[in-house]
Design a protein around this ligand. Structure first.
Ligand SMILES: [Zn+2]
Ligand SMILES: [Zn+2]
Length: 395
């Protein structure tokens, strides 16, 4: 499979560059979806449905006369002005594929190509479902991103297992990271205001000072992880915005703030929210008040141990025993987590660093990948699906 995928390298690079040069924001992936649908039609033998989860595409290869495995790629880009100067640089200025979803889209089209040929040749039973998902990076007004939108439209109905990959521009080429259990964090946002009377800077005692309260509230918030929660359970709280005040001698009556909460278990997630509420209560103890709204985002992602085992075996066969990176999971979030709630699944991280010592982090204007990762990723996904349909690996 790897050799076959390598023979498609030029086509994978062409597709990735095409998508990269024409990036589209979340839920606006119309050109990308059309390119995907056209390419699947050209490959042939695939039932293609568009407009799934707003701008998503589903391709079904095979039928229900056997197990179904779904493979997901996300298609959206980010509102970033690209600083990479290449023939494939974004032509949609202000929008950039700075997370590698262009590569995911190209690789999954490669998987469709690889499996289409195997399907006929090997007389396979069952079905492979290609999920080209919109909007992983953002959610709509109802708080739903692309994965739950596609699930609402039936994308995971009848699916027995689901897999996906994400490129990692900081992991060396030829390396793979995949872990059993918690693989991505649950993410919740909070928006809050600290309320007081404000007043003259010369006479703080005549009113209630929101800046004073803010200092105490931030202390209480950052004390949650170290003093109020089990220290061996991973979680993090970060304040990303504080806004208030208008002049040196005016004590503001209101200060606005926003932050993010990351955790794995639902139990800890609930406790964290409770503790945030308690921390803001400090404002009341100091004579003021607060408003707090916590918005639930993506759930934590759970990688099924069996599916992880299949992918690890294939990764070792293709890339050698030293290919599996053992670093612990971080607190990044991924809406693929919703799909893993519907069927046993796993996501692997694929090494894609260019390897010249320059750090091209995700979500930055200089993000870029080594395109030699494309055939490797396509082959790992295709081989995993093939073994599942052949019954060589089982749930
Ligand atoms: Zn991203
Ligand atoms: Zn991403």
């Amino acid at each position: 499979m790897l050799a076959h995928a390598r023979s498609l390298a030029d086509e994978l690079i062409r597709l990735r560059r095409d998508v990269h040069a024409h990036p589209e924001l979340s839920f606006q992936e119309l050109r990308t979806a059309a390119l995907v649908a056209d390419t699947l039609q050209e490959i042939g033998g695939i039932r293609v449905r568009t407009g799934i989860g707003k701008t998503g595409v589903i391709g079904d290869l095979g039928d229900e006369g056997g197990p179904t495995i779904a493979i997901r790629a996300d298609m959206d880009a980010l509102p970033i002005i690209e600083a990479v100067n290449q023939p494939y640089t974004s032509t949609n200025v202000g929008v950039m594929h700075a997370c590698g979803h262009d590569a995911h889209t190209a690789m999954l089209l490669g998987v469709a190509h690889l499996l289409r040929e195997r399907f006929a040749a090997d007389g396979l039973r069952g079905r492979v479902r290609f999920l080209f998902q919109p909007s992983e990076e953002a959610w709509d007004r109802e708080g739903k991103s692309g994965a739950p939108r596609m699930i609402d439209d039936g994308a995971m109905d009848g699916v027995d297992a689901v897999i996906a990959l994400h490129v990692d521009s900081t992991l060396p080429l030829g390396q793979v990271t995949i872990r059993s259990g918690w693989a991505s964090a649950a993410v919740d946002d909070f928006k809050a205001s600290i309320l007081g009377t404000g007043g003259h800077g010369a006479a703080p005692h005549e009113g209630t000072d929101t800046v004073f309260m803010l200092a105490a509230v931030i202390n209480a918030l950052y004390g949650i992880k170290s003093r109020r929660l089990d220290p061996v359970q991973p979680c993090v709280l970060s304040i990303g915005m504080v806004r208030g005040g208008s002049a040196a001698n005016v004590i503001p009556a209101e200060i606005y703030m926003e932050g993010t909460l990351r955790s794995y278990s639902e139990e800890l997630r609930a406790k964290l929210a409770e503790e945030v509420e308690r921390a803001f209560g400090v404002a009341r103890a100091l004579g003021g008040d607060y408003r707090l709204k916590i918005t639930r985002g993506y759930p934590a992602g759970w990688n099924d141990q069996r599916v992880v085992g299949w992918i690890k075996d294939i990764s070792r066969e293709y890339l050698g025993d030293s290919a599996l990176d053992q670093s612990p999971a971080g607190l990044g979030a991924e809406d693929f987590a919703y799909m893993c709630q519907k069927a046993p699944g796993a996501m692997l991280m694929l090494g894609a660093a260019i390897g010249d010592g320059v750090m091209r982090a995700h979500h930055t204007p200089i993000f870029d990948i080594d395109e030699r990762c494309l055939p490797t990723g396509a082959a790992i996904l295709a081989e995993t699906a093939l073994r599942f349909l052949k019954g060589q690996v089982k749930l």
